[in-house]
Design a protein around this ligand. Structure first.
Ligand SMILES: NC(=O)c1ccc[n+]([C@@H]2O[C@H](COP(=O)([O-])OP(=O)(O)OC[C@H]3O[C@@H](n4cnc5c(N)ncnc54)[C@H](OP(=O)(O)O)[C@@H]3O)[C@@H](O)[C@H]2O)c1
Length: 295
């Protein structure tokens, strides 16, 4: 067996066309969706992520407002910046790039964002809404995973899903989404983590495996049920002397071996990654529509 590849780049491109059309319709009504990105400090990874988000905005006709500040910005200054963005009518979405410098309380900052502009979906108000099945914004990576499953012809309804990882940004929200009582979800979900016993046996019963661990090639092919669908969220740098830059990205699943067992699998890169920023654009468009009472 050789698994079908679930092409995140292509699925993301399709969704981006839908978003661009939605943005055009709004702009014709005099409303241009706007996303404010807040970047504190000079972490190269964070700069690169924010750069990709700004680029995506530009390509889709979304205004982007870049707030870039030095690592010595105080918590008070950041809170007052968030407050200003909350009140700015041109800003429909606010994204504070994590992690923040150690002297700033991340939770305090995330709580300060107006939930109606919280396009990352991390505010407890939005987390609670997701849990009770009345989502306002769905966190971007979990939302992207659901789109990948549906648009690749692998709907999770009635199937057994094992999520490995219980972070607040991937594992827990994707499990919460999948267990909802609606046509997009209706899965039977198990969440595993570092204290889980007999992980291979638990993974082996999954029709769909979602790996969000942060450990290169951690999930082995012989843990997979033949024909399982594998969504690999992991994004890990490993040394590769054949590359000029000396490294390459791999996922949390032993991809080459898993190809022989799974029925479908996301590659890394090119699977979940392209979906995350795309879903941020979806959420920003939705924020603009909701704030203006449209649709
Ligand atoms: N492509 C994208 O858009 C995207 C977006 C977000 C994240 N990611 C990637 O996805 C991965 C996970 O991210 P994250 O933010 O969710 O990571 P995280 O906050 O570090 O969480 C990792 C989870 O994996 C679990 N874990 C660690 N070792 C384990 C083991 N031996 N057995 C079973 N579970 C284990 C941890 O369990 P405990 O809770 O018990 O510690 C934790 O719940 C990372 O590689 C990250 O870079 C990619």
């Amino acid at each position: 067996m050789s698994a079908a590849l679930i092409d995140g780049k292509q699925i993301a491109a399709t969704i981006r066309v839908e978003v661009a059309n939605g943005v055009r319709e709004l702009t014709e009504q005099g409303i241009t969706p706007g996303l404010a990105t807040v970047l504190i400090g000079d972490d190269p990874g964070s700069h690169s992520y924010v750069g990709m988000k700004k680029k995506a905005c530009g390509e889709l006709g979304i205004n982007s407002f870049a707030e870039e500040h030095s690592a010595d910005m105080s918590e008070e200054e950041l809170l007052s910046l968030v407050d200003r963005l909350n009140g700015d009518p041109a800003v429909h979405g606010i994204l504070v790039q994590l992690p923040l410098p150690g002297h700033i309380d991340e939770q305090k900052v995330l709580l300060a964002i107006d939930p109606a502009k919280d396009v990352d979906g991390f505010h407890p108000d939005n987390v609670g809404r997701l849990m009770v099945g009345q989502p306002r914004f769905t966190p971007c990576t979990p939302a992207g995973i659901l789109e990948l499953l549906h648009r690749s012809g692998n709907p999770p309804g009635g199937r057994e899903v094992v999520v490995v990882g219980r972070s607040n940004i991937v594992g827990k929200p994707v499990a919460m989404l999948l267990v909802q009582k609606n046509d997009k979800a209706n899965a039977t979900v198990t969440v595993a983590h570092s204290r889980t016993q007999d992980l291979p046996d638990i993974v082996r019963r999954a029709d769909i495996v979602i790996a969000a661990i942060g450990s290169p090639r951690f999930i082995k092919a012989d843990w997979l049920k033949p024909g399982a669908v594998v969504i690999d969220v992991g994004s890990n740098r490993v040394e590769d002397s054949t590359r000029e830059r000396g490294w390459r990205m791999v996922g949390d699943v032993d991809f080459e071996a898993a190809l022989e067992v799974a029925s479908a699998i996301t590659p890394v890169p090119g699977g979940v990654g392209p979906m995350t920023i795309t879903m941020l654009m979806v959420n920003t468009l939705q924020a603009a529509r909701t704030i203006h009472g449209i649709g």
